[in-house]
Ligand binder design. Structure first.
Ligand SMILES: *Cc1c(COP(=O)(O)O)cnc(C)c1O
Length: 390
């Protein structure tokens, strides 16, 4: 392995492929007669911090049907790195981005006639037919066209020869909520909307897609023609509510559980004895309770370690949990290693991941910093090298 910074994120692409394979097994049709459910691997935000290009390549190797990017820049990055599979820009685009969209053969979410017209004009200019995915707003009230405005939009697009409606889609606001009725209502509204379209004589597009991680696991009826998993590909769960669900599915399908793809690691850069009752780090938010052995690590909030975790997180050293102490700095944190035997400078430290028999999951850090695993992973900073194995 080439030399890299002591603080790094280890990305296990084997685990990523394993997770994808699990999803394929889970979403396979119940009978040989039903068409297989397609998979759009969501790799927006640099693949949730894991690196868009390596993850996209691993996804393509595993045979996904579509890749989901967040913004057009991410789609272009994939194209410029040789990815030729279909790519959808999940966050839609601005009218002044149509030229780039067409040039790079990217599909976009679309919900206004204005964008449809701008895109059609540019597609004609470049002599191409562009796939668009219409998003129906079934309750998220974010991107999407309301069901009552859908038919006029489809009519407008049907008159634009350079556009092809490849998919109708929607997005769930609450698929990991305790209350399942919100998602059920969204599914029903989407289905009713499709039926209304058919009654109005609209031919159905090749694809319909609704489900994110939580929905595809908790609401099998939402899987439809294609699913859009993100977080579960990276081996994390959107909320604790998914844990028993995933365990039951894996047991039923005889699958090994989903595996975390990223581990975040660092090294002790300095070990120091600090006497009892001494303050540690900025603003003296922690005082040693006894004569202590304190380790300094070269990782801080500039690397994406949330400062709100100060005095409220643990790391693994020598396979043991040790508390972080004092305020988290921009480039450094302090760990109380008094109770860890045989610690040395240069020892590896795990921020999240496995060491020996112990494990710290992103879910734990998310809970402690009052956020969700998504944000913990996405926040792992730009200056943290991603080191790939598998
Ligand atoms: C991010 C995103 C997903 C993936 O969500 P996960 O909860 O990570 O599975 C699916 N669909 C859309 C529209 C998204 O923006």
């Amino acid at each position: 392995m080439a030399h890299h910074r002591a603080t790094f994120a280890e990305i296990n692409l084997k685990a990523f492929k394993h997770n994808l394979q699990n999803l394929k097994t889970i979403t396979e049709p119940a009978t040989v007669l039903g068409p297989a459910t397609g998979i759009m691997a969501v790799i927006k935000a640099d693949a949730y911090g894991h690196g868009a290009i390596p993850c996209a390549k691993a996804a393509v190797d595993s045979g996904v049907d579509y890749l989901g990017a967040g913004i057009i820049e991410e789609g272009i990055e994939l194209r410029e790195n040789g990815i030729t599979e279909p790519i959808l820009i999940l966050g839609s685009i601005f009218p002044d981005e149509v030229a780039d969209l067409v040039r790079h053969d990217l599909a976009t979410i679309l919900c206004t006639p204005h964008l449809a017209q701008a895109l059609a004009k540019e597609a004609e200019k470049q002599g191409k037919t562009m796939n668009v995915h219409i998003k129906v707003d079934t309750g998220m009230n974010r991107l999407g066209v309301l069901p009552e405005n859908l038919l006029p939009l489809i009519k407008t697009i049907s008159n634009l020869r350079a556009l092809k409606i490849e998919a109708l889609s929607t997005h769930f606001s609450s698929a990991d909520d305790e209350d399942t009725s919100i998602t059920t209502q969204q599914i029903e509204l989407f289905q009713k909307t499709l039926i209304d379209l058919q009654k109005a004589g609209v031919t159905m597009p090749a694809l319909t897609h609704l489900a994110n991680t939580s929905a595809l696991l908790r609401f099998p009826e939402s899987r439809s023609k294609m699913v859009r998993p993100g977080l579960i590909l990276y081996g994390a769960l959107p909320s604790p509510i998914l844990k028993p669900v995933v365990e039951e599915i894996c047991q039923k399908e005889n699958l090994q559980n989903f595996q975390p793809v990223m581990q975040w690691k660092s090294k002790i850069i300095l070990l120091k004895s600090v006497q009892k009752c001494q303050p540690l780090s900025y603003s003296r938010k922690h005082f040693t309770q006894r004569d202590s052995l304190i380790a300094t690590l070269p990782i801080g909030y500039a690397d994406g370690l949330n400062r709100n975790l100060s005095n409220n997180m643990e790391v693994l050293i020598k396979g043991k949990r040790a508390p972080q102490v004092g305020t988290i700095c921009m480039d450094m944190i302090l760990i109380d290693v008094t109770e860890v035997p045989d610690v040395q400078m240069g020892d590896e430290v795990v921020i999240f991941g496995k060491q020996g028999e112990e494990e710290i999951q992103v879910e734990e850090l998310a809970k402690k910093s009052n956020t969700i695993p998504y944000e913990i992973l996405c926040n792992v900073g730009k200056r943290v090298p991603r080191v790939y194995n598998g």
